[in-house]
Ligand binder design. Structure first.
Ligand SMILES: NC(=O)c1ccc[n+]([C@@H]2O[C@H](COP(=O)([O-])OP(=O)(O)OC[C@H]3O[C@@H](n4cnc5c(N)ncnc54)[C@H](OP(=O)(O)O)[C@@H]3O)[C@@H](O)[C@H]2O)c1
Length: 270
């Protein structure tokens, strides 16, 4: 079995490695990690999985058949060019960086490359893994990677041209949802004698319950609204406020995030 390497051991890398190890998809002796800083995160990993090996990026590249590059977008070029001379002939390199396109990645290595956009929600076993394989990726490499990712998420292959918009709906959306519901809770506090904690508790149950209705009962957003909002009733009144205000808000969100993605691509030239 091919060894698996993680370069960078931050929030996402830890989530992916933990999930694969917890679900026993991989054994700890198969895992190599390369990280700049040794801290609490790596200490916890060492304690839980003593056979995980910590190596330099170059040594990791020599030993691993599948490598996840989990560093910030601006550090991907440096990382990939550093390990490229040491990569195995059939190495499969997976970049999880936002905005780092396949054409950029191809400029820095001629090995098999996949872009994978994870989401924090996969920590709970629910989340979409967005995947774009380059044309160089062999079928068995695709199958192996997707097999690993499906242990803790639903894998969706998409066109690279849609990956930024799709990332807004998967990897960024927990943050967007949190931002929206923070505002909802703050408004409840301003408009009643409820505490922030009470507003948070009520909303969190609504969020979880709505998610379950949508997923388990396969209800659409429209059906959910229809079930809750009787015509001319209170909920319909509130929903109209949202329907009036939100198209502009979300169009601006896509415009602003699109601009940011373009800036990242522009900042890292091949
Ligand atoms: N967070 C998300 O929800 C999410 C979702 C989708 C995609 N992503 C992508 O995932 C990647 C990692 O994000 P993250 O949230 O896991 O970040 P993070 O928690 O900040 O972890 C980043 C890791 O990269 C290392 N690193 C930073 N700069 C480096 C450099 N110049 N050279 C080598 N290593 C470096 C850090 O090491 P130190 O600890 O030493 O700083 C750390 O181990 C990013 O490219 C991001 O676009 C994140």
């Amino acid at each position: 079995m091919k060894k698996i390497g993680f370069i960078g051991y931050g929030s996402m890398s830890r989530m992916i490695a933990d999930k694969l190890l917890e679900q026993e998809k991989i054994a700890d002796e198969m895992v190599l990690v390369s990280t700049r800083t040794n801290g609490e995160k790596t200490e916890t990993l060492r304690k839980r999985y003593p056979n995980v090996s910590f190596q330099s990026p170059e040594e990791l590249a020599k030993q691993c058949g599948l490598i996840f590059i989990c560093v910030p977008p601006m550090a991907v070029k440096e990382t990939l060019t550093k390990i490229n001379p040491f990569l195995q002939e059939n190495a499969h390199v997976v970049s999880i960086a936002a905005g780092m396109t396949l054409d950029r990645l191809h400029a820095w290595t001629n090995r098999q490359i996949t872009r994978y956009i994870p989401t924090l929600t996969s920590e709970t076993g629910i989340g979409i893994s967005l995947v774009v394989h380059s044309e160089r990726v062999a079928e068995d490499s695709k199958k192996r990677l997707e097999g690993y990712l499906s242990a803790f998420s639903k894998v969706k292959n998409i066109c690279e041209s849609d990956i930024d918009a799709a990332s807004n709906l998967t990897s960024s959306s927990p943050g967007f949802i949190a931002a929206i519901f923070e505002e909802f809770a703050q408004s409840a506090v301003r408009n009643s004698s409820l505490t922030k904690e009470e507003a948070f508790e009520f909303l969190i149950h609504s969020l979880l319950g709505t998610g379950k209705l949508l997923l388990e009962k396969q209800m659409t957003f429209e059906e959910t609204l229809q079930r809750v909002a009787t015509k001319g009733g209170i909920t319909a009144e509130g929903a109209e406020v949202i329907q009036n205000a939100m198209p502009g808000v979300f169009d601006e969100l896509f415009a602003r995030t699109g601009k940011k993605y373009a800036e990242i691509k522009e900042a890292v030239r091949p």
